[in-house]
Every structure is written in structure tokens, then in C-alpha cells.
Ligand binder design. Structure first.
Ligand code: AMP
Length: 444
């Protein structure tokens, strides 16, 4: 049911949050709840399980942290163990949520802990022994600690799975289920994902959520209105490198993120860009934690303005001032595209994203456009015009095609009739998944 405008809460104070949290929100400079906060917080405050689709940059972190913190403040417990656990796919994202949580708890006594691989195991064990109320973690390290029987989640009140779609794509499905099995069965579970039409997410929701509400805000098809999306056609990778260099030298941006589909490609771009006096860094999944942290710091501090990255490394990256995202390689699917462009144009910022597309990638890019139900703006760079102009336009007239095309429409029409006949026979039968779903499930 649609709420009447008068009853719609517009301010954080309308969400009936504790004064200590409202003070923190004020200090962080948040004036109004974002849509995902407005929709999710009241439901989560009723201790309902939730399945929420919200894109990166929508304010989803506060959407799950605020009701959880409110619960911890208003329902004190004398039981042992942690009371809330947030599982996230990457260490970088865990660090960001941890920071966000520390800011939100500034005026409370709630203790927050960070549990990720690459950091000191013993310190984490000790922190967990002290019954840290809210734990932000990556699944791998939680399982390692569980082998030592340290974290006690038997009295857990809230389990949050953030960026669940990516967590599953990264192969954490079993780990997440395993951890969830060690948690209090009466807990509240909040599952956040960029998309709801992800097969694995649906399966996980089936397994972990009790009778739950769905908050579908995202999304995918709403478009990212604060991001201008462009395509620049390229002949080959050498041409792409020239275009990339030109764009990095001529576009106006505070920070730029350049995506490649592989670690090798990201590394390959470094040398030539540095040769053009561009200060670039690289971030990929096989770097050790110390190097990743160092790179992130350089980027965050603005000492390095351009970062070359792979999907895995950039997941959840929330660094202010990224207003240019360049896809050197077209991402393998629509969801990866969303996550890449989600690095720019966050809440109130404007961003520009440019995909360099060569002929072998045209179909992939067109598929992403179809998936997003958007048409990107095609741009050409005069100084570096290439030969590739996109697929040849198919003319309906037989003259231009030697008459061959005349046969095609008939074939297509016959095919459609066949499909219609088949559909009639199948009325009432179960349908196979559509292409759209299979695109989303075939994650790399
Ligand atoms: P998230 O989607 O949680 O990664 O949030 C993206 C960015 O939006 C972060 O930098 C948050 O600090 C910021 N943010 C979250 N909620 C609000 C809000 N209500 N008003 C303004 N900024 C916000």
C-alpha cells in the first residue's frame, strides 16, 4: 500500500532513532535518509528479515547499520558473544563498513570489531573474546576463527549479508551458509544485494530468511541518473591504449578508475601510461594486503589520481572524488558493469563513465545495454578517429544486399509462428529461465 505523503518520514528523526545515533548522523552531515534508508529502516526496526536490492552508493550501509545499532541500544543483553555480524565480500568493503560503523557509534558505548584476512589473527581473537557487539567481517577469516571456536554467535541478534550477489559470485556461498548455521536461529537476517534477479541470491534468501519483506529499490533498470555513460569505438588494444591516454590527459576529473578484465591486462597498461607521465597505481586480487592498503591510501590521499583495477579488487571501493571510470575492457556482464560504474557518481556526485569498445566486444556491450534497458552515448575523439565504426547497418532494401535479406524476414516470421505454436502447447507448464536470468547467473 502506498503511504500518504504526509505520513512519509523525510528526516532521520522521523525514523524514531535514538538521540545518540541522530547526533552521529548529524555530525556525518547526512541531512535526509536516502530512499533505501527510508524504505528499509522502519521494516528492519520491526525486526523483520529483509531482502533488499540497492545499488552501490545508495546509502545501503547506513540502511542496515542504523536499525541494527538502534536494536543494540534499545534491547541490551546480558548474554555472552557478539550481537551483530556483517559479512561482506572484500576486505576493502569490510574496512569501509567498519569506519562507517565507528562514526555512527561515536556517541554510544557500542564496540565494533573488524575481522578480515591479512590482519593479525591473535588481535582479532582477543577482540572477539571481549564480546565485541558488532563484528564486520569477510567470510574466510570468520571460518578460520571458528575452527578455534572463538567467535560466539549463538546469541547473535542480527546477521547482515552485504553485497550478497558478489559474495556468491566469489564462491563464498558454502562459507556463508556454514557461518549462518553457527548463528542463533532466532536472529534477524538482512540480505543486501545489487540485484534480486540473481539465482544464487534467491537460493540463499530461501535458505536463510524467515518470512521476509522485500525492498526492491534498485534498480538495474532505473539507470544511474547521475552518471553519464559513453562508448568510444576502438580498432584494437593499441588503439584503446592511445584513447585511454588521451582521455586521462584531456578529461577533467579528480580521480579516475580504469578497469581491465584481467590482472595481466591491468599490469600491462601501467608502463605505457607511466611513460606518458601519468601517475598510476594498480589494484588487483593477487596483491598482498599490505600493498593493497598502501595503494588504497595513495589513491584516497590523491597522491595517485589514476588507478588500474580488476573487478575483484575494486569491489565496494568507496573513495571520494572518483568521477571518471573508464572500461578499458568491456565487462563480462551487466552486473559487473553496474558494479564498475557504481564507483563513480555516488550519492550527490556526478560522474562520467566511458567504455572502449572494439569490434569483438560490440555484442557484449549491446547485451549490457539491453540488460540495462539503456542506450549509451557514442562519442568519437577526433584526434584519434579509428576505422571501426560499429556493425554495418542492415538496410531493409534488397538492392543494398543483393536481395538476400528478403529471405531473412520470412524465416524470422516462420520462426515466430513456430514459437507461438509451441507457447500454446506449453500453457500452464513450467518455463525454462529466460536469457535475462541466465546472464545474471553466469557470473565470472
Ligand atoms: P553506501 O551505499 O552505503 O556505500 O554509501 C555511499 C556514500 O553515501 C557513503 O560515502 C556514505 O557516507 C554516503 N551516505 C549514506 N547515507 C547518506 C545520506 N543519508 N545522505 C548523504 N550521504 C549519505
Amino acid at each position: 500500500m502506498q503511504p500518504t505523503p504526509i505520513a512519509t518520514p523525510l528526516l532521520f528523526s522521523d525514523l524514531l532513532l535514538d538521540e545518540q545515533l541522530l547526533s552521529a548522523i548529524k555530525k556525518m552531515g547526512f541531512e535526509q535518509p536516502t530512499p533505501v534508508q527510508l524504505e528499509s529502516i522502519p521494516l528492519a526496526l520491526k525486526h523483520k528479515d529483509l531482502l533488499v536490492s540497492a545499488e552501490t552508493g545508495s546509502g545501503k550501509t547506513a540502511a542496515f547499520l542504523l536499525p541494527t545499532l538502534q536494536h543494540l541500544l534499545t534491547s541490551p543483553s546480558s548474554k555472552l558473544g557478539s550481537r551483530a555480524l556483517v559479512l561482506t565480500p572484500t576486505r576493502e568493503l569490510a574496512q569501509q563498513i567498519f569506519k562507517h560503523c565507528q562514526q555512527l557509534t561515536e556517541f554510544t558505548d557500542i564496540k565494533t570489531g573488524l575481522v578480515t584476512g591479512g590482519d593479525d589473527f591473535r588481535l582479532q581473537q582477543n577482540m572477539l573474546r571481549r564480546n565485541t557487539e558488532i563484528v564486520i567481517a569477510t567470510p574466510g577469516r570468520v571460518l578460520e576463527l571458528m575452527e578455534q571456536e572463538i567467535p560466539d554467535f549463538s546469541n547473535l541478534d542480527v546477521l547482515i549479508l552485504d553485497e550478497a550477489d558478489r559474495m556468491l559470485d566469489m564462491g563464498f556461498s558454502e562459507d556463508v551458509l556454514n557461518i549462518a548455521n553457527h548463528c542463533n536461529a532466532q536472529r534477524q537476517t538482512l540480505l543486501f544485494s545489487a540485484t534480486l534477479t540473481h539465482f544464487g541470491v534467491i537460493k540463499m534468501a530461501d535458505k536463510l530468511l524467515k518470512e521476509h519483506k522485500v525492498v526492491a529499490l534498485n534498480t538495474l533498470h532505473d539507470g544511474h541518473r547521475n552518471i553519464e555513460q559513453q562508448i568510444v569505438l576502438a580498432d584494437d588494444n593499441d588503439h584503446k591504449l592511445k584513447l585511454l591516454t588521451w582521455l586521462l590527459q584531456n578529461e577533467t576529473y579528480d580521480k579516475a578508475l580504469v578497469f581491465a578484465n584481467s590482472r595481466i591486462q591491468a599490469n600491462l597498461l601501467q608502463g605505457p601510461l607511466r611513460g606518458q607521465k601519468l601517475r598510476v597505481g594498480v589494484l588487483h586480487g593477487e596483491m598482498d594486503q599490505k600493498d593493497r592498503n598502501r595503494m588504497m591510501k595513495l589513491f584516497r590521499d590523491g597522491e595517485v589520481k589514476i588507478m588500474l583495477a580488476t573487478d575483484l579488487a575494486a569491489r565496494g571501493l568507496d573513495i571520494k572524488g572518483i568521477n571518471l571510470v573508464i572500461n578499458f575492457d568491456v565487462p563480462r556482464n551487466g552486473i559487473n558493469y553496474i558494479h564498475r560504474i557504481g564507483r563513480t557518481g555516488r550519492v550527490d556526485e556526478l560522474g562520467l563513465t566511458i567504455a572502449l569498445v572494439k569490434h569483438t566486444e560490440w555484442n557484449l556491450m549491446a547485451g549490457i545495454e539491453r540488460f540495462l534497458k539503456q542506450k549509451f552515448k557514442q562519442r568519437s575523439i577526433k584526434e584519434l578517429a579509428g576505422k571501426y565504426k560499429g556493425p554495418k547497418k542492415i538496410k531493409a532494401s534488397g538492392k543494398a544486399t543483393g536481395g538476400k535479406l528478403k529471405v531473412e524476414p520470412k524465416k524470422e516470421a516462420a520462426e515466430k509462428v513456430k514459437i507461438r505454436d509451441r507457447d500454446k502447447k506449453n500453457i500452464g507448464k513450467r518455463r525454462a529461465p529466460t536469457n535475462k536470468v541466465s546472464e545474471e547467473t553466469n557470473q565470472s
